[in-house]
Design a protein. Structure first.
Length: 154
C-alpha cells in the first residue's frame, strides 16, 4: 500500500528531472508500477502454484496502491501543500467560505472518481501481468527441472 505514496514522490522527482513527456519519462512513469508486482507475483506463484491466485494478488496490489496514492493526495492537500491548493488546506477552514464544498468536489470527483476509474485498469492490468508472470515462472520451473541431470545409479 505504501507503493502508491512512493509513486507520488517518484513521479514528482522524475518530472522535475526529465520534464513532462518523452520516452524515458513514459517508461519510468508507467514501468515503476511493475516493481511491486514482480516479488508479490513470484511469492504467490511459489506458494500457491496458481495462475489465478497470482493474478488476483497482482490486481489487489495495484488497487491498494491506487487507493493509497489518491488518499495521500488528499492528505497532501489538507495538511502539507498549502501552496498548491490553499483553499483546501486545513488552515483555510474558517477563512475560506467554500472550504467544505471544495473538499466535497475534490473528494467525489478527484479522489473517488480517479480511484474508481483506475481500479478497472488495476484489476485488468494486474490480472494480465499476474497471469503472465506466473506462466513464465511455471514454464521456467518445468524447463529447468527437465534439464537437471538425473542421478541414475550407474
Amino acid at each position: 500500500m505504501e507503493f502508491g505514496v512512493f509513486d507520488f514522490f517518484f513521479h514528482n522527482y522524475i518530472s522535475n528531472v526529465l520534464g513532462q513527456g518523452g520516452t524515458l519519462w513514459r517508461y519510468l512513469t508507467y514501468g515503476i508500477w511493475l516493481l511491486p508486482l514482480i516479488p508479490i507475483a513470484l511469492f504467490e506463484v511459489r506458494i500457491s502454484k496458481s495462475k489465478l491466485f497470482t493474478a488476483l494478488a497482482c490486481s489487489l496490489t495495484w488497487i491498494f496502491s491506487i487507493i493509497s496514492y489518491y488518499l495521500y493526495m488528499a492528505v497532501q492537500f489538507a495538511f502539507i501543500g498549502v501552496s498548491t491548493r490553499p483553499e483546501l488546506h486545513i488552515s483555510s477552514l474558517g477563512e475560506h467560505p467554500y472550504f467544505w464544498s471544495n473538499w466535497k468536489s475534490l473528494f467525489w470527483k478527484d479522489i473517488v472518481g480517479n480511484i474508481v476509474e483506475w481500479s478497472g485498469v488495476a484489476l485488468l492490468g494486474g490480472f494480465i501481468i499476474g497471469v503472465f508472470i506466473s506462466i513464465i515462472y511455471i514454464y521456467l520451473g518445468k524447463f529447468f527441472k527437465s534439464r537437471k541431470p538425473r542421478d541414475e545409479n550407474l
